[in-house]
Design a protein around this ligand. Structure first.
Ligand code: OAD
Length: 246
């Protein structure tokens, strides 16, 4: 394992264009539940009950309650050493992009600057009528289903997250895809690699002959295309990937 970590570290040092692609697993050690593992969110809740446009249309109050519950949980957690290591990579490398599927803000709290939020951000909301965007204070204060506070709009506000069946923000997707297709190193952390189009990113990098490094305690759908699969928790392995260069 130490030999593999050293080789992966060398590849990162040599790389010019580095993409990091993260999923729920990177926040696991901070206390945020993942989705598909035993005891994960999709074990306890049905996707179609809470994370689809149809669910919101039919039961907006319950969906908001679920997002408030998750916000409260995410507000209490802190970044772990893996988030800080990613932020350090961002600071160190001129040509860097982090594409995350996470909505918990922990990368930004850790200091990452160049972040593409593929699936949105749980602490933001937007008006379904006029598009006005607000931070969590609006939806927290108004209770129930919050309405738009801009002028006399009063449209229904919804969480700024991507639900199943919805398109990702085309700019975010385009910038992430373009970067991945030119990257020479792609570090994949804590994702099952099952949700598309996000999961396509490491495959685009691979097609460009990028060195693909994965950190995960379990093999994922991305593992077969990796050069270095570093099996273990991100909070332990990520800092080791930067160690000698500190
Ligand atoms: P998943 O729950 O599908 O996968 C979590 C991954 O994290 C698994 O591969 C775990 O083995 C791994 N993992 C667990 N603990 C870890 C640790 N300490 N360090 C590193 N890895 C660890 O979560 P995602 O792949 O993020 O989408 O799921 C992708 C998308 O599906 C989410 O963004 C969300 C969900 O439905 C939307 O809400 C649109």
């Amino acid at each position: 394992m130490q030999d593999k970590i050293k080789k992966a570290r060398d590849a990162i040092q040599k790389a010019c264009k580095i993409m990091v692609f993260t999923g729920a697993g990177i926040s696991r050690e901070s206390g945020v539940p993942t989705f598909r593992e035993a005891g994960g969110l999709w074990d306890k809740f049905k996707v179609e009950d809470f994370a689809t446009p149809e669910a919101f249309q039919q039961r907006p109050k319950e969906v908001w309650e679920w997002y408030r519950f998750r916000r409260n949980l995410m507000r209490k957690v802190k970044p772990n050493p893996a988030h800080y290591a990613v932020a350090e990579l961002d600071e160190r490398h001129d040509d860097f992009l982090l594409a995350t599927q996470n909505i918990d803000n922990l990368h930004q709290i850790a200091g990452a600057k160049r972040v593409m939020e593929l699936h949105g951000n749980i602490f933001r909301s937007y008006c379904m009528k006029c598009g006005y965007e607000a931070d969590e204070s609006v939806s927290e204060l108004t209770g129930e289903v919050p309405s738009c506070t801009r002028d006399d709009c009063s449209g229904v506000m919804r969480p700024k997250v991507v639900w199943f069946g919805e398109q990702l923000d085309p700019d975010v997707l385009e910038q992430s895809f373009r970067f991945a297709a030119q990257a020479d190193c792609c570090i994949v952390i804590g994702t099952s690699g099952l949700v598309y189009p996000a999961a396509q990113l490491p495959f685009l990098a691979r097609r460009n002959d990028a060195c693909v490094i994965e950190i995960n305690p379990e093999p994922s759908a991305i593992t077969p295309i990796t050069d270095y699969f570093l099996q273990g928790p991100a909070g332990e392995i990520m800092p080791q990937l930067l160690e000698e260069t500190r």
